[in-house]
Ligand binder design. Sequence first.
Ligand code: GDP
Ligand code: IMO
Ligand code: MG
Length: 417
Amino acid sequence: MNKAVIGLQWGDEGKGKIVDYLSEDFDLVVRYQGGNNAGHTVIVDDITYKLNLIPSGVIRGKVCYLGQGVVLDPKHFSKEFQQIKKKINDPQVFLSSNISLILDYHKQLDKINESILNPNKKIGTTSKGIGPAYQDKVGRKSIKLYDLKSKKILEEKINAIKKFYDPILDNFNELKVNVEQTVQDLLSFYDLVKELIVDNSSIKKEYKNKKILFEGAQGALLDLDHGSYPFVTSSNTVSSNIVIGSALQVDYKTIGIFKAYATRVGNGPFPSELVNEIGDYIAEKGLEIGTVTKRKRRCGWLDLVSLKYSCEINRVSELCMTKADVLNNLSEVKVCKSYNSKDYEDINFSESNILDSLLLENNDFEVFPGWGDTKDLSKFEKLPDNLKKFINYIEMYLNIPIKIISLGPERNQTIIR
Ligand code: GDP
Ligand code: IMO
Ligand code: MG
């Protein structure tokens, strides 16, 4: 059965680690949305791999595919591909010809978009040009990978883009679009990657009866439509976007992944946020520094209310919990079980001002005694009783089994039930 690993919080749940772990049993590992705003860290045998675009299956030598829903920055991809080639022998990475590109003006526009907002209204994007690139896709102005075959088409399209964006760029003292340079860069990029570009139908045919693992980027609460707009990313992160973003019309089972606490990088509501020494402790212990922007991640208790919502919108059938080891030395661990006595059915998660009013002090928590050490535990049965009680409570609340438990960043620090 095909599977999908989807983040249920605000990203950084450990998707990269688990995709690497699971990919052993799959033939193809696929990204279907997002771009190099994603940052996935995987540690195998003391070697650290940092991936932004290339699915983590590449570490096991699996064939990896970036589907048409991804936005791809050619400059970034070239660097990441070179980096991975230093660590992996002959990485197998293929790109849908229908991918939309992120170009320099998207990154400039991302910066401009943020600069015009009041400080408390800034999204806190990764500055990778993601929003403007998706805007161009919807606005039917994207440069697609398939355009790179023709200098004439590129010149025509980029000239039109120049007419559209130069007045804005100029107004904000940004460099105007340089048509000649952009075309030249794209043609050079094409020379580098033309062997990797495939059309949607050929990949569909080739992997028709093979096993596919889909790697989500970001998390359900950053979904463009389901998340707390406007503090979201610009793609649909949820599993229902898989068929559109990959153009692979297959069935799959969704594994929802969450941390035993919550983090958020960037702005927006966070009802279980801990702006105190416990939050700082979790950030330090969990090494909660953003891979892409190096920003400190905001930390809080696990929020079961939003987790239940995320499970529902992703049709999650089994769960993976990561990073409970980070909480090992705490004397007590809490989980948020309702917002100000409101259950999740009564909350509108897609309006940030509603979520913003849900302050930590008014929310209801279940309190668990700490569970101590989790080192060198390879079986569920051997876990400390208090951790088992914590896991059991979450399963009962969500009514979904936790089948994978990750207790450290290394590939082998993983328990399957
Ligand atoms: P992703 O974006 O969902 O792939 O997650 P990130 O890679 O951005 O962030 C997860 C971080 O936690 C990475 O640094 C991982 O190496 C690390 N990690 C993953 N699982 C665990 C775990 O179970 N315990 C600990 N301590 N670290 C983990
Ligand atoms: P992974 O795949 C955490 C956040 C940004 C910002 C918002 C919009 O590593 O889990 P964007 O640049 O996408 O327009 O920024 O989304 N964000 C992430 N936060 N993990 C990610 O990816 C993220 N990708 C985007 O911080 O709040
Ligand atoms: Mg990440």
